[in-house]
Design a protein around this ligand. Structure first.
Ligand code: HJL
Ligand code: ZN
Length: 176
């Protein structure tokens, strides 16, 4: 999760989404398969989406399951923020993309989440519930939420009087 957090810092600040870092790991061999962050790939791209797109290489995303052929290996996703189920842009959600990796019998079996999505853009993201209902184990990683959200929302406008709190931590809490 610390690696995902450092990846999130590479994401360009933007007022209309969060800066998120993510990586895919083969937990059986402890090999990193793919890393990314929000907006790394061209377009309005999410960190988890980019991890999959980079792993799929030449494969169209609709055939992403073919990049996960071996169900004897445990493939896990680390993401600083709970994967989205609905995007304001209407683009395909990261939860759908994650579930897409499971069509071939293998795929992502576990998702480690560093922070819940604040309700800035969409209320009550249900990423965790939808993933669990589809059989994916979701693990909340405690302890980094403060740093994760500070990085995630660094591109958002601060409300009046914010950014002056003790220790300089906290960061913005969304668009005014
Ligand atoms: C996660 C990301 C990212 C978000 N969430 N897990 N990874 N940017 O890389 C969630 C947020 C959406 C807004 C705007 N952000 O991004 O809800 O424009 O960014 O499709 O709903 O939607 P678009
Ligand atoms: Zn997403």
């Amino acid at each position: 999760m610390l690696l995902a957090l450092s990846l999130s810092r590479l994401s360009p600040p933007k007022p209309t989404n969060y800066r998120v870092g993510a990586l895919l790991l083969n937990a059986t061999t402890n090999t990193v398969l793919s890393t990314s962050y929000t907006l790394e790939l061209p377009g309005n791209t999410h960190a988890e989406q980019n991890c999959l797109a980079k792993l799929a290489l030449q494969l169209p995303e609709s055939r992403i399951a073919e990049a996960f052929p071996d169900n004897s290996n445990e493939v896990v996703l680390y993401t600083t923020m709970e994967p989205c189920v609905r995007r304001l842009s209407g683009n395909q959600s990261c939860v759908e993309r994650i579930l897409g990796t499971r069509r071939g019998g293998g795929g992502i079996s576990k998702v480690y989440v560093g922070a819940r999505e604040p309700g800035v853009f969409v209320e009550g993201n249900e990423g965790r519930r939808v993933l669990e209902e589809a059989g994916v184990v979701v693990v909340d990683v405690a302890g980094l939420e403060g740093d994760i959200l500070e990085v995630a929302m660094a591109g958002h406008e601060k409300r009046e009087g914010e950014g002056k709190e003790e220790g300089g931590g906290g960061g913005g809490v969304g668009i005014v």
